[in-house]
Design a protein around this ligand. Structure first.
Ligand code: ZN
Length: 226
């Protein structure tokens, strides 16, 4: 078995028919993404490898989707790991610790590496495969119609895109899922930067239930429903 195996994300009713055995978080299955026609190298057998692979595979997924629709996906320009408060600012706004964000000014993503690593250690590699595809979902939004009344709509659509990208990658065999735990996914979505549940708040991301629901929606139905 040498396909990349992604733990944690056995989130959905359709996939959790046999849930409850509580298998431990999976680590480090050698991957062969490159041999399956992706440009992505590495096996994702440690935190830096998973971060790199999550970014590469998700961008590969979106470049394919754009191409199918007669467009061209524009990759992010930078993928910045920062520590605590030393992150890059975005349009004059300082980066904050314990966060990951997409910045439309410069079209880049930055993440607090220690924060993401801590989630990875605590919750398994699914943390990386929720946070990075979510932020790349914002990079995709920036290239599509930008018409959201509320920030929460933007955030939930990014969750939906993240779910769609993950299921797409699983479908073509570059990622595998293993038995995981819905609560772990929920925890991941909560942890992925969720300052408030107030619908109208400018930084609202949606309730954990909403986030899980939108993620699952993209996962089962695909990007067209996002
Ligand atoms: Zn977001």
């Amino acid at each position: 078995m040498n396909r990349r195996t992604l733990a944690v994300l056995l989130l959905l009713a359709v996939l959790v028919a046999s849930c409850g055995t509580g298998s431990p978080p999976d680590r480090a299955q050698p991957g062969d993404a490159a041999s399956r026609g992706t440009p992505c190298e590495g096996t994702g057998d440690d935190f830096p490898g998973d971060v790199k692979l999550a970014r590469c595979l998700t961008e590969w997924f979106w470049s394919q989707r754009f191409q199918e629709n007669g467009g061209t996906y524009r990759p992010i320009t930078r993928f910045v790991a920062y520590q605590g408060a030393n992150g890059p600012d975005c349009g004059g706004q300082a980066a904050v610790p314990e966060n990951a964000f997409y910045c439309p000014y410069g079209h880049f993503i930055a993440y607090d590496a220690a924060w993401l690593k801590a989630m990875y250690d605590q919750m398994g590699d699914g943390a990386v495969y929720v946070v990075i595809p979510h932020e790349l979902g914002h990079a995709v939004q920036a290239q599509l119609v930008e018409d959201f009344r509320f920030n929460v709509e933007r955030e939930l659509q990014a969750d939906c895109y993240a779910g769609a990208a993950l299921s797409g990658l699983i479908r073509v065999g570059v990622l595998n899922t293993e038995q995981g735990d819905e609560e772990e996914l929920l925890a991941n979505l909560q942890a992925a930067g969720d300052p408030t549940d107030i619908w109208l708040a400018p930084d609202a991301h949606g309730t954990p239930q909403q986030r899980q629901q939108y993620f699952a929606h993209g996962y089962t139905e695909g990007m067209g429903t996002c």
